[in-house]
Write a protein that binds this ligand. Structure first.
Ligand code: PLP
Length: 385
């Protein structure tokens, strides 16, 4: 797979940041526009239709337009973080509504759904990610307002079929929201498979350099539901700073190189760890024996790889896993994912007491370093147990 871009058109679009330039001075990159307000003309009209910096910034528009093109959406909204984007969706759920959400997934999202369900009085029914029957049972006869899907699901990387989930959700009268942070639009475009809203933590692969916190929603249709969600950003003021939006666009320029390179590394590491005597299990959708491999083959673009996230379960339980996590030299023991540098984390420690993650699990965010160096680093850390 090395070097093969999923889609050459995306590669060009990304490298040129959707043709964003500085027309005023002929610069090849867009300007950073910091103004918080816009001048009216002598008819007291707004010539550029932008009113105030809380919602209107040309830098946001560049990122949103590019993501709309990549995801095949009708509209997009940038937020101050992935969680702010997710909260905007959740803020439109009312008491008495039913939402269906995965039992495993990014813990910040799951906790927020559970807490909001109690506070607002909606019903939150969970399903096992990657298990079609479990999803079908949770949706039941309907009606449901929303199904939340994260694929592959943190930190065990189950793959739920977006196509099947969209069919079940729509039959029950609901909207399918997909957290596609780990996939990126290079690997999979959920709207093409029937999703109504796609969410990304822009903090991860979109930016790719571990120096911006951001989130984005992309909607399949610019309808009333979407306008409500977008309205939450306006009312809550959960916007990104203009400089962060500018940095995000800069990071996106290299996404078509970073994502497949990191995924190639991840596959080689998954294969090496599968053969390691001290590893009990490798969880990675790129391995043919992973339960989600077939769905990944059907719904993902293989050219960009099978994502760059994987987990390993270390023989010897929590103590052994923690020893490995503190013994690597290249893999940095830090949370988060999607940067060019590889990270290792003991997820249960990071999530805390209520975590459902197995105590022997280490989550690896694979970067773009030389893969032999990364494998040697893991082998050396495993030698310490
Ligand atoms: N979704 C996934 C899959 C994540 O991994 C994260 C953060 O780790 C989020 C959402 C939340 O994004 P943010 O940290 O940008 O708020």
């Amino acid at each position: 797979m090395t070097g093969k871009s999923t889609d050459q058109r995306f590669r060009t679009l990304l490298a040129k940041a959707g043709q964003a330039k500085d027309g005023e001075v002929g610069g090849v990159v867009p300007p950073l526009r910091l103004s918080t307000t816009y001048i009216r003309d002598h008819n007291y009209e707004l010539p550029g239709e932008r009113l105030y910096g809380r919602d209107d910034n040309p830098g946001f528009e560049l990122v949103e337009a590019l993501m709309c093109t990549l995801e095949g959406g009708a509209d997009a909204a940038l937020f101050s973080s992935g969680l702010a984007a997710m909260s905007a969706v959740l803020a439109t759920i009312q008491g008495g509504d039913v939402i269906v959400y995965p039992e495993t997934g990014y813990f910040g999202v799951l906790h927020w759904i559970e807490r909001e369900a109690e506070r607002v009085g909606f019903e939150a029914r969970s399903y096992l990610p990657g298990d079609h029957q479990s999803l079908e049972a949770a949706i039941g006869e309907g009606p449901v307002r929303m199904v939340w899907l994260e694929s592959p699901a943190n930190p065990t990387w189950e793959v739920t079929s977006i196509k099947q989930a969209a069919r079940l959700t729509h039959q029950a009268g609901g909207r399918l929201v997909v957290d596609a942070t780990v996939l990126t639009p290079l690997v999979c475009r959920p709207i093409e498979l029937g999703a109504d809203i796609v969410m990304h933590s822009g903090t991860k692969y979109l930016n790719g350099h571990s120096d911006v916190v951001a989130g984005i929603l992309i909607a399949a249709a610019d309808d009333e539901d979407w306008r409500q969600i977008k309205g939450v950003r306006y009312r809550s003021g959960a916007i990104l700073g203009p400089f962060e939006a500018w940095l995000l666009l800069r990071g996106m320029r290299t996404m078509a190189l970073r994502v497949p390179a990191a995924a190639d590394n991840a596959l080689a590491i998954a294969e090496a760890m599968s053969a390691h005597a001290k590893i009990a299990q490798v969880l990675y959708p790129g391995l043919p024996d992973h339960p989600g491999h077939q769905t990944a083959l059907e719904e993902w673009d293989e050219g960009a790889g099978f994502t760059a996230m994987l987990s390993v379960r270390v023989k010897g339980g929590a103590a052994a896993a923690l020893k490995v996590a503190t013994s690597t030299r290249l893999f940095l023991p830090a949370t988060s994912l999607g940067g060019v540098e590889s990270l290792i984390e003991h997820r249960k420690t990071v999530e805390g007491e209520t975590s459902r993650v197995p105590e022997d699990l280490l989550r690896l965010s694979i970067g773009i370093e030389a893969v032999d160096d990364l494998i040697a680093d893991l082998n050396a850390a495993l030698d310490t147990i």
